[in-house]
Design a protein around this ligand. Structure first.
Ligand code: CTP
Length: 402
């Protein structure tokens, strides 16, 4: 596949795998991409800028540069120029800087300025790759929508053997090609995603809610965005760090607010994904003042909340596709299928609370997906971003207008 006309910033950081970035540069250039290389200072210990400049046919950048007005701004221009910001290899140090907003060199400053998608290929020793701080930083970058090319297993520079080798340049090229190809998948499509929990107020300081973290919804929003969709998020209160400006983002609290925000845009949508854990009941009245403790019991009267997916399912137009979620603790398949038809979904994603590695606050999930036209698939326990890809693959298979 051709990368003709694609502009790629290739960041190279200090790792023994930096020698492979010469080969990667060659592959990208041969595919037709324009490649601008930015090296970190420590990458200079591993490969010379002359090699990379010759292969990329452009001067390699390491330092901030002044323009004619004397202002340092090349990182901003670079960030706007690129269609993809690829860093391969990326060291644990640069991962930590990206995850925490440090910008002490041209590469890290360009990362903060970049508006284009970011793809990173970590390379390090196996114990570094397993360290909780590294895992936390990668999860953080993942939640920003950055694509992580998992390190491969094999012999490492330390002489140890395990996971930590940078993905081979040929495989990185495949991922880059797929990235540009997938941007066409949902081009001109509008996608609504409800996510997170709702909070139903009891009084000015208390509410009823649930453990939904919004992680699955965020993974779906990022995956749809990477595939070219215009994504509209209606989110209950979540505490995840998300790059909200990638999306049309509306924050809501209660089921009522979520319903009116979703209803307002529903008719414009091609695809609606109902990933929110909406409270089924809300207190009948919200006490105007904080409820004071008394010696007797407290009884709350609860009334039924609006069922957002059900109501919007009633007004689903031909050509629109609705995706639901089900969380079940018993008769999982049966209950999920009943919801699929009752709420007029095209497909439903069943999370079972009984599966280990699946659930609200986790980074992983295990799902079963049922199509309204029949047929189902089951996933392994996998990262929520991988589950998002699987759900989207099933959405592509679902006939719309049913
Ligand atoms: N849903 C919704 N509005 C509600 C309740 C649920 O939009 N008030 C959506 C959820 O986002 C999900 C699907 O409906 O996509 C199923 O949610 P779930 O809580 O499993 O089902 P309920 O219909 O609430 O049934 P129950 O809680 O009795 O299992």
């Amino acid at each position: 596949m051709s990368l003709q006309g694609k502009r790629i910033i290739l960041g190279v950081t200090g790792s023994i795998a930096a020698y492979k970035s010469a080969h990667l540069t060659r592959l990208l250039i041969k595919s037709g991409a324009e490649v601008q290389i930015i090296m970190s200072a420590s990458a200079l210990d591993f490969i010379t800028p002359l090699t990379l400049a010759t292969l990329s046919k452009r001067p390699v950048l390491v330092q901030f540069q002044k323009d004619e007005t004397g202002v340092w701004n090349n990182h901003v221009e670079l960030g706007l120029w690129a269609d993809l910001f690829l860093v391969a290899p990326i060291s644990a140090n640069t991962i930590a800087k990206f995850a925490n907003g440090l910008c002490d060199n041209l590469l890290t400053a360009t990362y903060l300025s970049a508006r284009c998608p970011v793809m990173i290929a970590p390379a390090m020793d196996l114990d570094m790759y397993q360290h909780p701080s590294l895992i936390a930083n990668l999860n953080r970058l993942n939640s920003f929508g950055n694509m992580i090319l998992d390190a491969e297993s094999g012999e490492l520079a330390s002489g140890l053997s395990g996971q930590g080798r940078m993905m081979e340049p040929e495989n990185i090229l495949i991922r880059v090609n797929n990235f540009f190809k997938q941007k066409e998948d949902f081009k001109n499509k509008k996608v609504l995603i409800t996510m997170g929990p709702t909070q139903e107020a009891i009084d000015p300081v208390r509410f009823i809610s649930n453990h939904s973290s919004g992680k699955m919804g965020v993974a779906l929003a990022n995956a749809f965005k990477d595939k070219g969709a215009e994504v509209f998020v209606v989110s209950g209160p979540i505490s995840l760090e998300v790059e909200r400006n990638r999306f049309h983002w509306t924050d809501v609290r209660s089921a009522k607010e979520m319903y009116s925000a979703a209803l307002k845009i529903h008719s414009m949508m091609d695809i609606c994904v109902f990933a929110a854990a909406v409270a089924d009941y809300a207190p009948a009245e919200i006490a105007p003042e904080k409820i004071k403790k008394s010696d007797s019991e407290l009884t709350l009267k609860m009334v039924k909340n609006v069922d957002i997916a059900f109501e919007l399912g009633k007004i689903k137009k031909p050509g629109q596709l609705h995706v639901g979620f089900a969380l079940e603790t018993e008769n999982e398949a049966e209950n999920a299928k009943a919801k699929l038809y009752k709420k007029n979904f095209n497909l439903i994603v069943l999370n079972s609370m009984k599966e280990s590695g699946a659930g609200f606050q986790l980074d992983t999930n295990k799902v079963h997906i049922y199509q309204s036209i029949g047929g189902s698939i089951s996933s392994e326990v996998a990262d929520k971003s991988k589950i998002a890809e699987l759900i989207i693959d099933q959405i592509k298979l679902a006939p719309i207008g049913v």
